[in-house]
Ligand binder design. Structure first.
Ligand SMILES: [Zn+2]
Length: 186
């Protein structure tokens, strides 16, 4: 399934335009911390999550060994099911239309760079890596989107905090942790 509405394209462009690296705590590369953004417009919901390679894979750099690549495939397979890591109200009736995982090298002083391509050699892939996941949903009752439970802590125990930015509703940024993983959406 693939979302090809104009709204979907516009929201994707808005999300891709968001990263303002380094200066923005939402986009800094900080072990133990992840970022989630929820953007809703009409019936479309776009969710973007970013975490460090260290927290998700136990490996900071682009996977090179067979074991590291297997771990990456396993995490990407688990993350394909959004319910694995985020709980949305069933009453909102959201169904996923698109899932897109990517990896980004992180360079000191420059922040996260463009997406890595498998098989390509990177100057700086030995340093750090972010894993990004983007989801598009269509929601039957978007007005029922009043909370989100972040379950990343259950699967990635080195995570201490997740910054959740909500846009398209009333804009807000909330930090959640293992002991308070539920975000109220205003
Ligand atoms: Zn790192």
């Amino acid at each position: 399934m693939r979302s090809s509405t104009k709204t979907g394209i516009a929201l994707t462009a808005a999300l891709l335009a968001l990263p303002v690296y380094a200066q923005n705590p939402l986009n800094s590369h900080s072990h133990g911390s992840a970022t989630v953004q929820l953007v809703q417009r009409d019936q479309e919901l776009v969710i973007y999550v970013r975490a460090t390679g260290i927290d998700m894979l136990g490996v900071g750099h682009l996977p090179t060994t067979t074991e590291e690549q297997a771990k990456l495939s396993q995490v990407q397979g688990s993350m394909r099911n959004p319910g694995y890591w985020i709980g949305l109200p069933a009453a909102a009736g959201c169904s996923m239309t698109r899932y897109y995982p990517s990896q980004h090298p992180v360079v000191a002083g420059r922040g996260a760079l463009q997406e890595m391509s498998p098989g390509k050699v990177y100057e700086s892939n030995g340093e750090h890596m972010d894993l990004n996941f983007t989801y598009h949903f269509q929601c039957n009752s978007p007005n029922q989107l009043n909370s989100a439970q972040i379950r990343l802590f259950e699967h990635f125990p080195s995570l201490q905090s997740v910054n959740v930015k909500i846009a398209g509703f009333n804009q807000t940024v909330v930090t959640v942790g293992p002991d308070n993983p539920v975000v109220q959406i205003p």
